[in-house]
Design a protein around this ligand. Structure first.
Ligand SMILES: [Zn+2]
Length: 262
């Protein structure tokens, strides 16, 4: 009788311990989201995170947060960002998986889940002042209106300036910017094709040329690629991400393309 009871007893106890550990990790990560507003740099050890940095604030005073995951001493530096367009929320799940999942090795990775928190709040492509941040960068900036309003002048928006300062400082070899819904991995002109090919393979998306209906004016990737040695790639998912894309193919594909692992 005792023998019959023992095995399930152990299972229950270890399951309970696991549940408590998960609950604690969840509460800590929740506090991470609520607390960083208080200071610019909040050291933290939650999931894969070793540092949280407020890289700037929006016009509505919302913080833009970058989470450092992976190995800070790794020679390869990379940045992954999502929601530069506030109505493209799907890939935030990939960013969150990278932040909250198991520790990451082989890369010094910064993740910015929400570049445009005001747009996310109002569920709009543009920021709180109606500017398309991905047309506001100073490289090949041009006047555009409507959904792709480029702002009154190059880098007029605090989000744009925050991102520029942060990317200049980190100077990553690889930069991935997630979008929806055009489905594909963008081709970066004038850069070695290795990373974009590895990303397409890892994410199971096709390589495509996204040319912004003509010339890309003031986009983040054009600005980065023109002014940095590293390579910036636009990744477009479809209208919806499957659970598999958000929790497996997405995060694991990015890590594989960076020769990193967890
Ligand atoms: Zn977009």
């Amino acid at each position: 009788m005792t023998r019959l009871l023992k095995a399930p007893d152990i299972v229950t106890r270890s399951t309970l311990r696991l549940l408590i550990a998960f609950a604690a990790a969840f509460l800590m990560s929740l506090s991470l989201w609520l607390m960083p507003a208080a200071s610019s740099v909040v050291p933290a050890r939650v999931g894969a995170v070793s540092e949280v940095k407020e890289i700037g604030r929006t016009n509505s005073d919302r913080p833009i947060l970058a989470f450092r995951v992976g190995d800070p001493t790794a020679p390869v530096k990379a940045v992954v960002m999502s929601a530069i367009h506030g109505d493209e929320r799907g890939p935030i799940r990939i960013a969150n998986n990278l932040i909250h999942g198991a520790p990451i090795r082989g890369v010094d990775l910064w993740v910015i889940p929400v570049v445009n928190p005001d747009g996310l709040k109002s569920r709009t492509r543009r920021n709180g002042r109606g500017v398309d941040l991905n047309r506001n960068f100073p490289t090949d900036w041009g006047r555009s209106y409507g959904q792709t309003y480029s702002g009154p002048r190059p880098a007029s928006e605090p989000e744009t300036r925050a991102l520029m300062a942060f990317l200049d400082e980190v100077n990553p070899q690889y930069l991935v910017s997630f979008h929806q819904p055009l489905r594909g991995v963008g081709v970066a002109d004038n850069k070695p094709p290795g990373f974009q090919r590895a990303l397409a393979r890892g994410l199971k998306l096709r390589l495509r040329s996204f040319n912004c209906t003509g010339v890309c004016h003031g986009t983040m990737t054009t600005w980065f690629n023109r002014n940095h040695a590293g390579v910036a790639i636009t990744v477009e998912y479809g209208r919806r991400l499957s659970r598999r894309q958000a929790t497996r193919t997405g995060p694991n594909g990015v890590l594989r393309a960076l020769s990193a692992w967890r």
